[in-house]
Design a protein. Structure first.
Length: 400
């Protein structure tokens, strides 16, 4: 047999494996659950959980011990904030605590008795704030609103002092000479869904694909156990590499419509950031899907039975979420966890996709992540070929 016959037979075997694996996917309800239902439903469920992205008009009780013009002005400015709604002005802290205990307010603002005096003398004026910590989203909103309020008061007081010193030309509108303005790149809403969902959807793509692949692998192992090490539903005489590529391409093709739905339509449905070029992130996500498919085929080595997929794969979702850098920056991780994260396709996928999708980076600007995904695809392709050869009996595992 010459080299051309070998290549023709190899592609023919790969095509037969592709068709047979596609048949296995369509007839297995569990695999369809992971390949179709889970990717379709999870992004919607997660996004609905995190909506609304920001909280507004949170009721707050005020205890004004100062009873001065400055304290009343502070309360007026706080009430003008879109985050804070003055629910009640209480005569003492006991009444304010009672309102919080009843769930009528989520925060208590206490203005010190010497607030107005200290503000006029140029000494630190104190306003204490007590927040209900049952929901961190409320605490985050309070911190942002109070910080803006503090800057506004500082600007106004500083402007008055500048004018009192006879330097009116330095004051701009009675405030600071330099105006501060915040522009949030990639997450203009400053919402939690806009921040976390673009990364979670990439993890959903990887984890759902690997779960389906390992479910098929566990089912194949059960058939081998019943038939003396032979899977009667596998393509006979197919080289291990052809078998691996046929299966991997089958899974990747199955995920093309799911990927378009998750990456294109979910952001538009929920008004999440989607500033990048679809062509760029489709080209970027292809090697991640391919490397995830090869990784799943590699993990088939550990699938002793069908249920093994849940034991081996499901618990890793939270671990991969942390390793992706969504909840803790990767540069702050120690070397061990950084290297572990480098072995996970979704970690590179999250990093690169967020840059393209949320910050409008081009494919060349995420070249490091793109190359890393192709390297992982090559490495896991080799390991998947070894596992496929071992499972088919072409190789036996070494014994001590």
């Amino acid at each position: 047999m010459n080299v051309f016959d070998y290549i023709r037979n190899w592609f023919s075997a790969m095509g037969r494996v592709f068709r047979r694996e596609f048949h296995h996917v369509l007839k297995d309800p569990g695999v369809l659950l992971f390949f179709v239902a889970l990717p379709l439903a999870y992004p919607v469920v997660y996004t609905l959980i995190y909506n609304p992205e920001v909280v507004r008009q949170l009721p707050v009780a005020v205890v004004d011990d100062s009873m001065s013009a400055a304290s009343r002005d502070f309360i007026r400015k706080a009430s003008a904030s879109p985050t804070i709604e003055i629910y009640s002005i209480c005569p003492n802290m006991a009444d304010a605590k009672a309102l919080m205990a009843e769930g009528k307010v989520f925060g208590v603002m206490k203005i010190a008795h010497d607030y107005g005096k200290n503000l006029g003398n140029g000494t630190p004026a104190h306003v204490e704030f007590y927040s209900d910590m049952s929901l961190l989203l409320r605490y985050r909103a309070f911190v942002a609103a109070l910080t803006d309020l503090q800057i506004d008061v500082i600007s106004e007081v500083t402007g008055e002092k500048i004018q009192a010193a006879g330097l009116e030309s330095l004051a701009v509108g009675g405030g600071l000479p330099i105006k501060s303005e915040s522009n949030f790149l990639g997450d203009t809403e400053q919402g939690f869904a806009s921040f976390v969902i673009p990364g979670i959807v990439i993890l959903i793509l990887q984890q759902s694909m690997i779960l389906g692949i390992t479910l098929l692998g566990g089912t194949s192992r059960e058939r081998r156990n019943r038939n003396g090490g032979i899977d009667p539903e596998e393509v006979n005489n197919a080289p291990a590499s052809a078998s691996v590529w046929g299966k991997a391409l089958c899974y990747t093709v199955c995920y093309i419509p799911v990927t378009v739905y998750i990456l294109r339509f979910i952001p538009e449905m929920f008004n999440l950031p989607h500033y990048g070029s679809p062509v760029d992130y489709y080209l970027f996500i292809f090697p991640m899907l391919l490397s995830s498919a090869f990784l799943g085929l590699t993990l088939n080595y550990f699938m002793k039975q069908r249920e093994s997929a849940f034991v081996v794969i499901v618990f890793t979702s939270v671990v991969f979420l942390f390793l992706s850098g969504l909840t803790w920056p990767r540069y702050a991780m120690n070397t061990l966890w950084t290297w572990v994260g480098n072995c996970v396709p979704a970690v590179w996928g999250v990093e690169g996709f967020i840059r393209i999708n949320s910050n409008a980076a081009s494919l060349s600007e995420v070249g490091r992540d793109y190359v890393a995904l192709w390297i992982l695809a090559a490495v896991y392709m080799l390991t998947a070929c070894w596992v496929s050869a071992w499972l088919s009996g072409a190789r036996k595992p070494k014994t001590a």
